[in-house]
Ligand binder design. Structure first.
Ligand SMILES: Cc1cc2nc3c(=O)[nH]c(=O)nc-3n(C[C@H](O)[C@H](O)[C@H](O)COP(=O)(O)O)c2cc1C
Length: 377
């Protein structure tokens, strides 16, 4: 098959599904579940490869890794073992035929010309199936580990703008060019080849602050928000999505809105509820969760004991993996169709053990989503 790799095809991930479904966080140990259960995700390369091939064959649209450089600690050292995402994407793109795979770049940690070339390389390997998640970083410990001082919050996005402009020029300029900016001074740059097929990788961002969101509106094709899943009503989600799209239009851009979620799908509601409780609550890695909360300045010193316990519980059950879709194939499919009806273009899902659980999801939930009219069979 000869791919055209137009921007339109890339954004649609080369298919006509109204609701794009992806896998989130499979390059990190424990994925998106801070749990001690022995079947938790190890994120070994053979497992990642098997998962990508399975997802590719079953019709999953994309894989979104997390760029994490340092584990959170705790009993399981949550995210202690992670694959670098561009090289991970390159390996998976070589082994698959239709799925889009994202690489996630911390702009302050990658020289823009190295990033531009690494991304182009992966894009050619995947014949136009690479996506890019551009992040500016929020975890100070990671930057300390690199010996790099983080800029103040809003300046991170000023830097990212200059960085991304340089990357885009490296992807498009037919000849030599210079960058003489506030942060970057690049002389007589030559960058070939260009991305596959005359377009460029889909770019996404997930900033939640006003400055982060404005960055996404200005520059990105897809915006991820953790707060417009099924957590609230369909109407509330629809309102939020419409608001994001309207803001993007003010920048004269169309932007697709995505969210994240965690799936526990079983033949009966009781089985699903029991497993969710067992893996996510009863066997939560509370010490890792406490470390993550501390990074967000949520500690027993700042909150009353009751409030703190409630926040811990909420974080374990709803925040790390996103909204939990827990139930039978009918219920999970209905809820995912609701995400589509609210105007969201897609969702990146996680499972406690992606490989064990994905076949049942693909066999049972994907056909229901086709019957509900949000995906093709
Ligand atoms: C779907 C999703 C994926 C993200 N991926 C990463 C990541 O891989 N690495 C990272 O450091 N931050 C990641 N983030 C964090 C965001 O990039 C961003 O820093 C965070 O939402 C805070 O927003 P702000 O930068 O506007 O304050 C992700 C967030 C979401 C919702």
């Amino acid at each position: 098959m000869v791919r055209t790799a137009s921007m339109r095809d890339r954004i649609a991930m080369y298919n006509a599904n109204a609701l794009q479904i992806g896998l989130f966080g499979a390059n990190c140990s424990s994925g998106r579940s801070a749990t001690m259960v022995p079947e938790r995700w190890e994120a070994s390369w053979p497992d990642c490869l098997r998962l990508a091939r399975l997802a590719d064959t079953a019709g999953i649209d994309f894989m979104l890794p997390i760029a994490r450089w340092k584990g959170y600690g705790g009993d399981t050292d949550f995210h202690g073992a992670t694959f670098e995402t561009i090289t991970w994407a390159a390996g998976l793109l070589a082994a698959t035929a239709r799925i889009t795979v994202f690489g996630t770049v911390h702009a302050p940690l990658f020289h823009p010309l190295i990033a531009a070339k690494a991304l182009v390389t992966a894009d050619h390997i995947g014949e136009g199936r690479l996506g890019v998640n551009l992040v500016v970083g929020w975890n100070e410990g990671e930057f300390e580990m690199f010996g790099i001082a983080q800029r103040d919050h809003d300046t991170r996005y000023d830097f990212a703008q200059e960085w991304l402009d340089a990357v885009k020029r490296a992807w498009t300029e037919p000849g030599e060019f210079d960058v003489d900016g506030r942060f970057l001074a690049l002389k007589k740059v030559r960058a070939f080849p260009k991305p596959f097929g005359g377009a460029r990788p889909v770019i996404m961002n997930a900033g939640s602050s006003p400055v982060g969101q404005a960055f996404a509106m200005r520059n990105c094709d897809a915006f991820f928000t953790a707060t417009a899943g099924s957590r609230t009503s369909l109407e509330e989600n629809a309102r939020r999505v419409a608001e994001i799209k309207a803001k993007a239009r003010a920048f004269e851009r169309d932007i697709e809105v995505y969210t994240v979620g965690q799936v526990v799908c079983r033949p009966s509601q009781q089985e699903a509820d029991n497993y969710y409780r067992y893996a996510i609550i009863d066997n939560a890695d509370w010490s890792a969760i406490e470390r993550m909360l501390e990074l967000r300045n949520i500690t027993p010193r700042n909150f009353s004991p009751d409030e703190y316990v409630a926040k811990r519980q909420y974080f374990a059950g709803n925040a790390i993996g996103g909204y939990p879709f827990v139930g039978t194939p009918d219920k999970v499919a209905q809820e995912l169709a609701g995400v589509s009806k609210a105007g969201l273009r897609g969702i990146a899902l996680s499972f406690v053990n992606y490989l064990n659980e994905l076949p049942y999801f693909c066999d049972e939930v994907l056909p229901r989503l086709a019957r509900l009219g949000v995906r093709h069979a």
